[in-house]
Design a protein around this ligand. Structure first.
Ligand code: THU
Length: 139
């Protein structure tokens, strides 16, 4: 875990994820997700899930935030927070998002998530995506 990120900083990032969830386009699942990704530049890049009537074209909130940041020229991140207001309990990032986040975040990077209840989970991308593979493809 990145010791430089305090609980208070992660709570602040989480608030931005909660705000981002309001923009979710989720008419099919009815399940809104918001993400807030802290760039190495100190800027927070938010994302929400964007669904499609051809369901497989749906983009998760986390990957939306990554695409926003990378297309803005930022390819290294310090932390991510995820809000799932339609679930009382915290919901962890999906497998595809764990893989994509691991491309741009070191294993110790904090991942913080919560639903509409009080419970929060603070973990790391390395804990969520252990035995990471294909490093040999990365320059
Ligand atoms: N979803 C995310 O945005 N992130 C995740 O990590 C899990 C799932 C979205 C995709 C879909 O729009 C809805 O949540 C239900 O799966």
């Amino acid at each position: 875990m990145d010791a430089n990120k305090s609980d208070r900083e992660m709570e602040e990032l989480f608030k931005q994820a909660q705000a981002a969830a309001f923009n979710a386009y989720a008419p099919y699942s009815g399940f809104s997700v918001g993400a807030a990704l802290l760039g190495q530049d100190g800027v927070v890049y938010t994302g929400c899930n964007v669904e499609n009537r051809s369901y497989g074209n749906t983009i998760c909130a986390e990957r939306g935030a990554v695409m926003k940041a990378v297309s803005s020229g930022i390819t290294a991140f310090k932390a991510i927070a995820l809000s799932t207001p339609d679930s009382i309990a915290p919901v962890a990032p999906c497998g595809a998002c764990r893989q994509v986040l691991s491309e741009f975040m070191p294993p110790e990077s904090p991942v913080f998530f919560g639903g509409s209840g009080q419970e929060r989970v603070l973990t790391s991308i390395g804990e969520l995506y252990p035995f990471d593979s294909l490093h040999e493809l990365k320059g």
